[in-house]
Design a protein around this ligand. Structure first.
Ligand SMILES: Nc1ncnc2c1ncn2[C@@H]1O[C@H](COP(=O)(O)OP(=O)(O)OP(=O)(O)O)[C@@H](O)[C@H]1O
Ligand SMILES: CCCCCCCCCCCCC/C=C/[C@@H](O)[C@H](CO)NC(=O)CCCCC
Ligand SMILES: [Ca+2]
Length: 556
């Protein structure tokens, strides 16, 4: 076997009844069939890839290790068997007894399957004697508990029985609790009884007792946790929540087990809305910083948001859909179709400061992937923000202070702080938006015909990323923006006063803020680069995944 650095422990163990040399290092667990060829001839950095009899698992991908209490093995020494009958018998009778102590242990390893779905895979090692088994289990657990793996030991979990298809309690009990138990994560589980329940608890909970906060629900439930943690942090630090102050980051990571209607945040940060995949991201201690918007109405702080904030079409759609919650996720489609037929436009003024990074833009065809360079670079630059902006936009006015202004009649104004992937929009309504670059993509859909708007919506639901390629759509990458509803100049019909009154109603829309209605039409919004950390790693590059599967036989 080729040389392995930082060996923690090694011995011979049986896998599938064949002896193997097993080595635990600080970074990997490796095993090689004892009779097989050595791994010579391969480059020293990848010594085991060439030899199929060798397996090497990075410890980052080791989910759990457990003694196998119920397993025996043909190699089990006779001490684990009980003699029956009289000693005078020539041939003693033996009955297989369950060993008092385990003589085998299993490891559960990450198995990456297509479409970003993660599962666990089990490999069992037979030790022959209990002491060796105990030692292996202890050594692996000790190594995994090293701080650099950053794995949570204890979690506060909120289950929203009201969101999505109302399946959050069964999703948690049947799929997630057993995984957390396997990984020996302590949990305090709270089933919420009303909206804002989680936020109320987060205001007073002893957060020092947990390593993370998890919700089983949708985007709305995540946003509740986000707001709960951020409010608490600012209150304790004495930070005022005004447009002039920058919020401090919370100390805890947030995990999302998807059980909502859209699940855009989990979809965008893991690549899929799959409860078990999310649980594995949490167990393995993944971490990614995501941008958060702080939203104000004048000087009044309203809330924090991190996915879509949208006025006009999506706001009206959300408001209309609330009364049909019983329908689950399809309520959005019904309300969406109604509002589409209404083709209602609203007057307003959008102002914004462009991103300081002029090398990226909402149409640049650069996806945000796990380990994204744009996000890493933006985080480094966060503290050195400047007000530089491009002059390339001619349709709109801009002031000396770097603010651009855009007035008009809009079907929709939307800011995307992440791409907002979801089932309806598989690469997201703003596909090249970044999770942690400190910016949002502002999209303005000018009043257009139904057929034109339908073409835009249809393209959002596809994968060509061409939804912005229309003359009635403008899109900007911004770090701060505001919206002001302006007076609606409706044509007043002298001959029909009833119609006149009707046209004066509802001159403003509402905001759809991560799936919650905000009634104030006039908003000021600032983006804070990577203000919170999630138990996720962003969407893994497909090429990377392909390379992984060819180098690890567990994933074949
Ligand atoms: N027990 C409860 N009863 C009523 N509302 C609740 C309860 N617990 C939480 N809520 C509220 O339900 C709202 C919506 O929940 P959630 O986001 O989980 O589902 P969803 O709206 O169906 O999904 P999505 O946001 O992904 O579209 C949350 O904002 C939360 O405040
Ligand atoms: C002709 C085909 C038309 C297909 C339409 C495709 C357009 C889909 C865009 C989806 C944008 C989702 C953005 C994320 C929003 C979430 O913060 C929010 C809360 O979960 N969900 C919705 O508002 C629910 C949004 C539902 C939109 C219909
Ligand atoms: Ca962003």
């Amino acid at each position: 076997m080729a040389e392995i650095n930082d060996v923690v422990y090694q011995s011979s163990l049986d896998i599938n009844k064949k002896p193997h040399q097993v080595i635990l290092s600080k970074t990997h667990l490796t095993w090689e069939a004892a009779v097989s060829r050595t791994c010579d001839g391969s480059p020293s950095s990848e010594p085991f890839i060439a030899n199929k009899a060798c397996r090497q698992i990075p410890l980052e991908e080791l989910i759990a290790v457990c003694p196998e209490k119920s397993l025996n093995h043909s190699n089990t020494p006779t001490s684990a068997r009980r003699k029956l009958g009289s000693p005078k018998h020539d041939t003693p009778l033996y009955i297989e007894m369950e060993p008092m102590h385990p003589v085998a242990f299993s490891i559960y390893v990450l198995n990456k399957t297509p479409n970003h779905k993660w599962r666990k895979k089990k490999v069992t090692f037979f030790c022959g004697e209990e002491k060796l088994c105990d030692t292996w289990v202890v050594k692996i657990k000790e190594t995994l508990s090293d701080k650099r793996f950053n794995r949570p030991r204890s979690l506060l979990v909120f289950v929203n029985p009201f969101g999505g298809r109302r399946k959050a309690p069964s999703i948690y009990d049947c799929q997630i609790a057993p995984l957390f138990e396997l990984a020996e994560i302590q949990t305090h589980v709270i089933k919420t009884t009303h909206a804002n329940h989680a936020k109320e608890i987060l205001a007073h909970y002893n957060l020092r007792t947990v390593d993370g906060v998890v919700c089983v629900g949708g985007d709305g439930m995540f946003t509740e946790l986000l707001n709960g943690l951020l409010d608490r942090r600012q209150r304790e630090a004495g930070i005022l929540q005004t447009p002039q102050h920058s919020p401090l980051p919370p100390n805890l990571r947030i995990g999302i087990i998807p059980a909502g209607s859209t699940d855009a945040i989990v979809y965008t940060t893991t690549g899929i809305n799959d409860p078990k995949t999310s649980a594995l991201h949490i167990i393995l201690g993944d971490s990614i910083g995501i941008d958060v918007c702080s939203i104000y109405s004048g000087q009044e702080f309203l809330r924090y948001s991190c996915s879509m904030l949208s006025y006009g079409y999506y706001g009206d759609m959300l408001k209309d859909s609330e009364s049909n919650r019983w329908m689950g996720p399809s309520r959005y489609q019904l309300a969406g179709a109604k509002k589409f037929l209404g083709n209602r436009a609203y007057e307003g003024e959008v102002s914004f400061r462009l991103s300081s990074n002029t090398e990226t833009n909402p149409k640049d065809k650069v996806f945000c992937v796990s380990g994204c360079n744009v996000c890493s670079f933006s985080k480094e630059k966060t503290d050195q923000q400047d007000s530089h902006s491009t002059d390339s936009i001619t349709e709109i006015s801009h002031d000396a202070d770097g603010w651009h202004r855009f007035r008009g009649k809009f079907l929709a104004v939307a800011s995307f702080t992440m791409s907002c992937r979801c089932k309806l929009a598989p690469i997201g309504p703003s596909p090249f938006c970044h999770l942690g670059d400190g910016t949002s993509d502002i999209m303005v859909v000018q009043h257009c015909s139904r057929i034109q708007f339908l073409r835009h919506l249809y393209r959002c639901s596809g994968t060509k990323a061409n939804q912005f390629d229309f003359p009635f759509i403008k899109v900007f990458r911004v770090k701060e923006w505001s919206f002001k509803a302006t007076e609606q100049k409706e044509e007043m019909s002298q001959s029909s006063p009833g119609k006149q009154n009707k046209s004066r109603e509802c001159r403003t829309s509402v905001w759809n803020c991560d799936g919650e209605v905000l009634e104030q039409p006039n908003l000021n919004v600032r983006v804070h680069c990577q203000l919170v950390n999630l138990f996720a790693r962003g969407i893994e590059d497909f090429d990377q995944e392909r390379n992984f599967s060819s180098c690890c036989s567990l994933c074949e």
